[in-house]
Design a protein around this ligand. Structure first.
Ligand code: IYR
Length: 233
């Protein structure tokens, strides 16, 4: 029998089981080295618009999605569905519908200032990567769930939760040595329709995943410096 003053492996709070968690921390030098290495490694990530059709094993995509799904979420409701598409016919339908919306956006919905701001990114209404990339991951948010009686039960902090999961997804893609791009055809309703998703799901972000075309070029962008993005008091 365990003695009462021993560290318990679990305890009950509000009637729910809490388990002991082993956390790994590092010396100051190790922390500085790790955080700096991680920053430099992440700083090398770039959004890529030109993909090649080299296949990526499904297992890699599964791992990337599992990594993203470790994101924190409001009341741990995990209000997301990651739809991974590799079927060429479906990718092609998605491209057709996305380009239709993009044409409308570039020609009518986006103002001159917006289009000027996008000029350095060399983006336009044509989205060949939707056919070429071996995988498309469409991240859907679930603003609410259905109770057994059919009534709607709202999730919490849905945009924050799904946004965090998307950040982790992008990091996981980079970690696997693959590239992506945050594509935001707007409106995105056609995606949930083409994917046959239930009515409590809304497309949040579309990420093509694969290898870059070789050679690949990216705009010569500079990131803001620490003094522009952070305040320390
Ligand atoms: N939704 C379009 C246009 C676009 C908008 C912004 I803001 C970008 O940073 C890049 C593109 C698209 O996804 O291409």
């Amino acid at each position: 029998m365990k003695r009462a003053n021993q560290d318990p492996d679990e305890k009950i709070i509000n009637g729910f089981k809490h388990i002991r968690h082993e956390h790994e921390s590092y010396s100051t030098e190790e922390m500085i080295r790790r955080s700096s290495e991680f920053y430099h490694w992440l700083d090398h990530r770039r959004s890529i618009r030109e993909f090649c059709d080299r296949p990526v094993p499904k297992e890699v995509i599964e791992n990337i999605i599992k990594a993203a799904s470790t994101a924190p979420s409001g009341a741990h409701k995990q209000p997301w569905t990651f739809c991974a598409v590799s079927d060429p016919a479906l990718k092609s339908k998605i491209r057709e519908a996305a380009e239709k919306e993009e044409k409308e956006s570039y020609e009518h919905r986006m103002g001159e200032r917006w289009k000027n701001d996008l000029a350095p990114m060399a983006t336009d209404m044509h989205k060949p990567f939707l056919d070429i990339a071996p995988w498309l991951i469409i991240v859907c948010k679930r603003p609410y769930e259905f109770a057994p009686d059919g009534s709607k039960i709202n999730n919490y902090y849905v945009n924050e939760s799904v946004g965090i999961a998307c950040g982790m997804l992008i990091t996981a893609i980079h970690q696997a040595g693959l590239v992506t791009l945050t594509h935001t055809p707007s409106p995105m309703r056609f995606l949930t329709q083409l994917l046959g998703r239930p009515e409590n799901e809304r497309a949040f972000l579309l990420l093509p995943v694969g290898y870059p075309n070789e050679p690949v070029y990216v705009p010569d962008l500079k990131r803001k410096g620490l003094d522009e993005i952070a305040v320390f008091t």
